[in-house]
Design a protein around this ligand. Sequence first.
Ligand code: ADP
Ligand code: ZN
Length: 635
Amino acid sequence: MNSGFLKNLFVWFIIFASLMGAYQILSEGKKNTTEIQYSEFLSRVDSGEVLEVEIKGNQINGQYIPINGSGGTVYFETYGPAGDDLLKQMTEKRVNFKFISTQESGFLAFLINWAPMIILIALMIFFIRQIQAGGRGAMSFGKSRAKMLSKEDNKKTFADVAGIDEAKDEVQEIVDFLKNPKKFTKLGGRIPKGILLVGSPGTGKTLLAKAIAGEAGVPFFIISGSDFVEMFVGVGASRVRDLFAQAKKNSPCIIFVDELDAVGRHRGAGLGGGHDEREQTLNQLLVEMDGFEATEGIIVMAATNRPDVLDPAILRPGRFDRQVVVPKPDVKGREEILKVHSKNVPLDSDVELNTVARSTPGFSGADLENLINEAAIRAARESHTKISMNDIEFAKDKVIMGSERKSLVINDHERKVTAYHEAGHALVAKLTPGTDPVHKVTIIPRGMALGLTMQIPIEDKYMMSRDYLLKTINILLAGRAAEEIIFNERTTGAGNDLERASEIARKMVTEWGMSEKVGPIRLTKKEGEVFLGKEMSTGSQLSPTTSEIIDSEIKSIIVNANNEAMNLLKENEKFLHDLANLLLEQEVVDSKELNKLLGIEEEIKSPPSNNEQEKASNWSPITPETTTAFSEIED
Ligand code: ADP
Ligand code: ZN
């Protein structure tokens, strides 16, 4: 609609411009007009030199041929009264004269007079339309952007939600309440107004909320926190008002606020502080939540994966006073989610969802749905009638590592360097006991990486030992070490490896108390300040001596790891050549081929014994940044 209008405007502009141009040319047709004095004009009339005259009010245009000139016609212009005397004289001297009306005539004059107005009006209409398109009506800025799913539109039920049974149990009573709020509260049931679903993206928070609405058969309002935060002050607050007004009309119902942290961050946390738009919106949300009675049958649910940054006022009684954690699914959960999503796709008899679940630690519900979807696409592309284990394996690689980029042109030397680099990672991983099994090595470029070594832990990890972390750093540095041993050169390909290795080493020293010299102290603050970067807030606390010790500790971890990787690879240089050559030949080497090459029996690695886990100080909880559910070591 808008582009059509724009085009119209443009066409009109062109027409107008060319008319103006034409008028200019027409009116300037009599070029080289010389302005003469009125007296000179009179005397030239008198001497009979003037041939023609046009009179328009006081303006007189015409032409004369000077008697004593070189003979050419001269166009002239002058101003003065054309009185009776003049007319009489001109008649005597046989001058052709005519009068022109002083009124500008016709369309042209109209356009010229009104052009600025027309353009202004057109522009105004244009901007109003723009605004309407943006805010769905200039007058509806403050209307909520919430989408409402009526109970007919919402087909989700608890059967669609798998693998998060505890969360499901916790919200079960909400369903009963929504089915009959009055009855429920008469019997003395206390129902929370607000429920905060906490969990990483894709774990099924939205799905769970929808399923509650679906089970209870009530409307479902969904809005994202970021929709509240607008550039116009006050818009967010009025959207909140509008949303609750709509909800009250449709109660019992559920309001679901996705990304609550977008509005709900700690007030006064932004630089510049004070009453910014977000705070107003948040205040309005709190006011609304305080303002309705539990009996009205409105449940506000919200999702976030950063409950730590939320304003404490949000979590007070009568607001979001109930938190339900929606975790990433464990093996059993993953299997159930896979079952839900493969219900309507034909699976080949060789597909074992349990195996798939075991090889996808760290996958969220959304990842698993994506996995099945990709497998189905691949099966269709290969014209299979059913999804095979092969398709799933392919899809898994794609979900984990991004699509293959077969078209990327890599020259032979780069390919060779990549092969040795990946062989280095894989060999060190393979030859170091107590590390995750190598699942696959490849030098097919994927996403940004030229090659990839993939390790999959036997089971989900919730803690990592110091020893395990050190070995991980060894593996990360092994790619570069291999390049150095074989080619005696260092390439940029190892940049990402170094970054990750340094990051782990830094955390070992500053967060997990794994360095002797620094001791069991946490030297980084939890990230909380919204606008202050992590590093900035850390740096300000540390004394120069401490910083120095930290740096030297990190360095010694890295240098040691590098030496170990170098030594291990030098001792096994034959294997390094063999594996690199095999990679160059077939691009992908899986764990079986790797074992064969190394002459290793297929080993079953056992999880760390309890005994080992008791060395408590050596274990660290996994923070989101370090969760290496599957570690990919990219080149
Ligand atoms: P979140 O709101 O936590 O980011 P969503 O609810 O939007 O995650 O999940 C996206 C999709 O992933 C869902 O529509 C669903 O198809 C799938 N999914 C996620 N978690 C689960 C689960 N526990 N059971 C079944 N499907 C799930
Ligand atoms: Zn690498």
